[in-house]
Each structure stands twice: as structure tokens, then as C-alpha cells.
Design a protein around this ligand. Structure first.
Ligand SMILES: NC(=O)c1ccc[n+]([C@@H]2O[C@H](COP(=O)([O-])OP(=O)(O)OC[C@H]3O[C@@H](n4cnc5c(N)ncnc54)[C@H](O)[C@@H]3O)[C@@H](O)[C@H]2O)c1
Length: 401
């Protein structure tokens, strides 16, 4: 069988997969966002993960927003968002819509692999059912499904998808053979398993563990701060024990960690299990920005600040350093709180070029001499040289952590 892959959803996860696949296969990159497709065709990745040269495609692969083109594909990789609703319940609507769309072009012997982070059972009990019902094809007879969780870490050049282990799961042996060819062209480090629910669980708990560990550090950071004990020194000392795990405190935003604990908790609830530990980490992380805001206000008071006249500049608004993603960014929450208090406040984040955040004017560059106080919220590498100058100049400067 000639493999003709397609990637459905060309965001932080989908685009890198598409770019790797198209080196070995004629590949279709599909997204419902017309502007995203227009930009990608022009060689612009507004997520800033890829420069123009890297968006150069082999002759036969292409980007499209026309789903009819997907009729040619026989290996669909779904990488659409999986957020939560306001009440923190899983929002599977993007998955539902992408399955409805794929069921219009699904043929006999096609394979559909999901990469979005979900709770156990979503691939088989939710996605596969929509595909089967709407395509009128039979699962495991006419078409096959699989799950391959994505571990990509935007902004991290050391752990690119070709260097890390990738779990690939499908119950069907011949589907696994084909999946091995497709995913094996991305990384040689494949972990194969037949159990899709285990693969789904593995991904979601990886993120939960990280969220929880940072939550623990955040809580200890708060206690240290209030009790006037230097957190950094405490961690340095504790790290000398062989089994102490070192995590940094921080504002844990983004599309994954603030969401995934709720996915797993929803799943656990079905079995009558309350996930108090998992959710307590999230509770701490959800409110950490308030603590950091109050700490900031305390530090700002040390400078002679006139809330109406003093010119303040904030650096960085994304959810973490060196990424352009601002989903669930707590830096934005801190900005909003500060804005209520200080009249003359500007914000600069060059990584947000071409992105719009409602009611916030974002500067791409700044002259530090124009400001009385500079607050570094998200320490992007791009600020490094200017921060050195700010410090050399003895300018009023605060770093969030
Ligand atoms: N961003 C990360 O660091 C990361 C890492 C690992 C796993 N994940 C998971 O991967 C999934 C995707 O995350 P992301 O960060 O790439 O999201 P994203 O928002 O960057 O990209 C998703 C893309 O899917 C498109 N899309 C939405 N509905 C569609 C549809 N019906 N058909 C086709 N395209 C559609 C959107 O327009 C968007 O371009 C999520 O489940 C996330 O939890 C994300």
C-alpha cells in the first residue's frame, strides 16, 4: 500500500509533524483556519517555531483548507485542540468536528491516528464511533484507528520530535506496520503498544505529574517568601539528596498543563474516584499569579512610584519563555491587575508579533530609558542583551521569579 499521510490541524503540534513527514511522503497539511493556511503558503509561521526556509515543501506536499483534497489521503493524523469549558469539563468539540470531516473522505483500509491529549477512552469510545457512524464503515474491518500522544515542547530545541521517544498505539497488527513506517520517518525512537487506553493515560499523567510537582514548588516558594527563608538556597541544599526532584516554581499556563488534570479527573469521576491530589496542584497553580502580583506590588513600593505618572514597562506576555503561545497565560492576568492600579503601563513582547490579544497593545521593541520601572514577567532570551544594559544602567528593574 502506498502511504499518503495528511495532518489535520497545523498548530504547535501538527506543523512540525507535517514538516517531517513531507520529507518522506507526499503529505497534505490541512487546517480549517484559512489565515493559517494563507500564511503557511507564504512561508510564515505566526507561532514562530519555524523560519521561512524550514517551511519549504517538497514538490508534491502542500497546505490546504479544502477538505475534499483529503480524499487522496489514507493515513490521517489528527492534531486539533482539546481545551476545557469554563466549568473545566473537557471540550471534545474540535475532535468531534474533525472526525465528522474525516468521515466524509474516509475509505476502506484507511487509518486515523489521534495525537491530541485526551482522557482514556476518547479515541475508541468517542472518535472511532463518530467516524464509523458517519462514514458507514466498520471499525477494525474497513478502517483502523490509533493513538500517538505528542510530547513536543515548543521553544525547546533540545527535545525536537526527531530526538524523543514517541508512543504509537493501535490494536491492529497491519495498522501498526503502516504506523511504524509513518512515525518511523519522524523518529527512530518508537515505543509500540497495542493498548490505546494505556497510551492515552500515559500522556495525560506525564503532564499531571509535571503540573503537580511545580504546584508543590509554588507552595513551598510561598512559604519561604512569607517566612523570609531563601527559597533558592533551600532547593540547593535539598537537591544534594540523591532522590530529591528539582522543579522550579512558576506560572503554569499554556494549552496543556492547566487543562490535562481536568481531563483525567473527569475520567476518574466515572469510576467514583475523587482526584484530590491532582486537583490540588492545579488549584495552587491557578492562583499563583495572585500571589506573584501581591509580591510585585510589595517590591514596586520600594521604588518611589506615583501610580498616575510613573511609566512602567512589562516584558513578556506569553505563557512561558521563548514561545509565542499565550493561551492561559498568567502573565496576562498579572498585566490586567497592574493595569488597574497604574495608569502608565506598557507591555512589550516581540514573540507576539502578528498575534492579537483583545484590548492589549503590544510593543515589539522598547527604549528602556523611556521608563521609570521595568518588570520582567516572562524572561524570553530575546530580552537578554537589553536586560544586561538595564542592569548596567542601574535602571529600576524587577524580575518576577
Ligand atoms: N502545544 C503543545 O505544546 C502540545 C504538546 C503536546 C500535546 N499537545 C496537544 O496537542 C493538541 C493540539 O495542540 P496545539 O498546541 O497544536 O493546538 P493549536 O491550537 O496550536 O493547533 C491546533 C490547530 O488545529 C486547527 N483546527 C481546529 N479544528 C480543526 C478541524 N476541525 N479541522 C482541522 N483543523 C482544525 C486549528 O485551526 C489550529 O491551527 C492538543 O490536544 C494539545 O493538548 C500540545
Amino acid at each position: 500500500m502506498k502511504i499518503y499521510p495528511s495532518v489535520i490541524g497545523l498548530g504547535y503540534v501538527g506543523l512540525p509533524i507535517f514538516l517531517k513527514l513531507q520529507k518522506n511522503f507526499k503529505t497534505i497539511g490541512f487546517d480549517v483556519d484559512i489565515l493559517r493556511i494563507k500564511n503557511l503558503k507564504k512561508g510564515i509561521d505566526t507561532n514562530k517555531e519555524f523560519v521561512k526556509q524550514k517551511l519549504f515543501l517538497t514538490k508534491s506536499s502542500y497546505f490546504t483548507n479544502h477538505y475534499q483534497k483529503l480524499k487522496k489521503s489514507n493515513f490521517f493524523i489528527i492534531t486539533v485542540p482539546t481545551p476545557v469549558y469554563k466549568n473545566n469539563l473537557p471540550n471534545l468539540d474540535y475532535l468531534r468536528k474533525s472526525c465528522l470531516l474525516i468521515s466524509k473522505v474516509l475509505k476502506k483500509n484507511d487509518l486515523v491516528f489521534f495525537e491530541s491529549t485526551v482522557y482514556p477512552g476518547v479515541t475508541e469510545d468517542f472518535c472511532a464511533k463518530i467516524l464509523a457512524k458517519n462514514s458507514k464503515l466498520k471499525l477494525n474491518k474497513d478502517f483502523f484507528i490509533g493513538y500517538s500522544p505528542e510530547r513536543i515542547n515548543p521553544g525547546d530545541k533540545n527535545h525536537s520530535i526527531d530526538k524523543i521517544y514517541k508512543i504509537v498505539s493501535t490494536r491492529n497488527n497491519s495498522a501498526m506496520k503502516i504506523a511504524k513506517k509513518v512515525y518511523g520517518s519522524i523518529t527512530k525512537k518508537l515505543i509500540l503498544t497495542k493498548n490505546i487506553r494505556e497510551a492515552e493515560s500515559a500522556k495525560v499523567i506525564e503532564n499531571i505529574q509535571r503540573d503537580l510537582n511545580i504546584g508543590l514548588m509554588n507552595e513551598i516558594y510561598k512559604v519561604c517568601h512569607k517566612s523570609n527563608i531563601k527559597f533558592e538556597n533551600v532547593i540547593k541544599l535539598a537537591s544534594t539528596k540523591w532522590n530529591f526532584l528539582k522543579f522550579n516554581p512558576g506560572l503554569v499556563g499554556g494549552h496543556c498543563l492547566p487543562v490535562d488534570p481536568y481531563y483525567y479527573s473527569t475520567f476518574a469521576k466515572k469510576f467514583g474516584i475523587k482526584t484530590d491530589i491532582i486537583l490540588s496542584g492545579r488549584k495552587t497553580n491557578n492562583t499563583m499569579y495572585k500571589f506573584m502580583y501581591n509580591k510585585l506590588i510589595h517590591e514596586i513600593k520600594k521604588f518611589k512610584i506615583n501610580s498616575k505618572k510613573t511609566k512602567i514597562l512589562l516584558l513578556g506576555l506569553t505563557y512561558k519563555k521563548n514561545v509565542s503561545d499565550f493561551r492561559n497565560s498568567y502573565a496576562i492576568d498579572i498585566y490586567k491587575l497592574l493595569k488597574n492600579k497604574f495608569k502608565n503601563i506598557h507591555v512589550c513582547d516581540p514573540l507576539l508579533k502578528n498575534k492579537k490579544i483583545k484590548n492589549i497593545k503590544i510593543l515589539q521593541d522598547f527604549n528602556f530609558k523611556d521608563y521609570d520601572l521595568i518588570i520582567n514577567l516572562v524572561n524570553h532570551d530575546i530580552f537578554k542583551s537589553k536586560i544586561l544594559k538595564i542592569k548596567k544602567n542601574n535602571q529600576n528593574y524587577i524580575e518576577l521569579f
